[in-house]
Design a protein around this ligand. Structure first.
Ligand code: ZN
Length: 331
């Protein structure tokens, strides 16, 4: 079982570790320690902030590290619980999946109390952190293998009123895009646990390619401050954030809006993320540099819309996602 020693009733800033027992070839009685910060100031909403679910997505850990080391507890209302690098083994390895058990944390929910390290982390979030929260923000990006136009991400809810509250949080965050999406693997994601429990869930895809840029760092951090103010967790009316245009709300209607690679090749993008495209617009080229007879193939847009996501690295393999197209959301 994973454990955490925190006094949830105490005001001020507390820092502690989630302890997760882990036994490996190199370390028989290893005890993994995942940093947790709890900032509480009296009654009010509770918001859980998570980063580093996938270890090659740096925008969340950076935004949350900045927040916990700069926030004045007197400016907080209610409770903000922050885990900057929830899948710590993966973050410290710079890898999407945990090197300890090969598991993908955001495909292991609701988790298992006596499972592998990653399954125990998932179970701890499900049973100890989510039930204490009104709102959950889980910051992701495209990692090494994908690169997104900076966006927050919500799932459409069965009740229109709940979808509206999720959208209002995304609009407060004010990333350039807000994506309303259905995901095929939703049943094993944290989002499903939070949404089924009736709480508010906001996720993001803040860039990717396994790098962090000044822009993705700024939008991640400032968006976080804006949404915490929206929830009523930050008192101050002068949260120092850049004036930001409203987020454009888009959706990915279905599988026809994706392009997958058919072969191993080097991908040359021809358009920047966020570009408007028509059906058949050339988005880039695939170069088969291992073959003398094969000319480059154009990669064509399967739909009209906006270029939401491109492959994050030059080299692509068969079945990799190359392109995702979004369209303006029609509720
Ligand atoms: Zn992720």
């Amino acid at each position: 079982m994973a454990t955490l020693n925190i006094d949830w009733e105490r005001n001020g800033r507390q820092a502690s570790y989630i302890h997760v027992p882990s036994s490996t070839n190199a370390s028989a009685w290893q005890n993994l320690r995942i940093p947790v910060f709890v900032i509480r100031n009296g009654a009010g909403p509770t918001t859980l902030l998570l980063g580093g679910s996938h270890g090659d997505e740096y925008e969340g850990p950076v935004a949350l590290s900045k927040f916990v080391h700069s926030v004045d507890p007197d400016e907080v209302r209610g409770t903000v619980t922050v885990v900057p690098a929830i899948n710590l083994p993966a973050v410290m390895a710079g890898a999407r999946l945990s090197p300890l058990d090969g598991c993908n944390l955001n495909r292991e929910f609701p988790g298992r109390p006596l499972g592998t390290v990653t399954q125990r982390i998932a179970h701890f979030i499900t049973t100890e952190l989510v039930p204490r929260a009104d709102n959950v923000i889980d910051l992701h990006s495209g990692g090494r293998s994908l690169h997104f136009q900076l966006c927050t991400l919500i799932h459409e809810q069965p009740e229109a009123e709940r979808t509206r509250s999720f959208l209002a949080a995304a609009e407060a965050f004010a990333a350039p895009l807000t994506v309303v999406i259905r995901e095929p693997h939703a049943d094993v994601m944290l989002d499903d646990v939070v949404e089924k429990s009736g709480r508010l869930m906001l996720s993001s895809e803040l860039g990717g390619s396994g790098i962090i840029t000044p822009e993705s760092a700024r939008i991640g951090f400032e968006g976080l401050l804006r949404v915490l103010r929206h929830f009523g967790n930050l008192r101050s009316d002068n949260v120092p954030v850049t004036e930001t245009p409203p987020s454009r709300i888009v959706s990915v209607p279905g599988p026809d809006y994706y392009v997958h690679a058919d072969d191993t090749a080097v991908f040359e993008p021809a358009l920047p993320l966020g570009s408007s495209v028509g059906h058949g617009t050339v988005i880039g080229y695939l170069h088969y540099v291992d073959r003398i007879e094969r000319k480059p193939d154009p990669v064509l847009s399967p739909q009209s819309g906006l270029l939401l996501c491109l492959h994050g690295q030059g080299l692509v393999h068969r079945n990799d996602t190359l392109v995702v197209i979004a369209v303006d959301h029609a509720p």
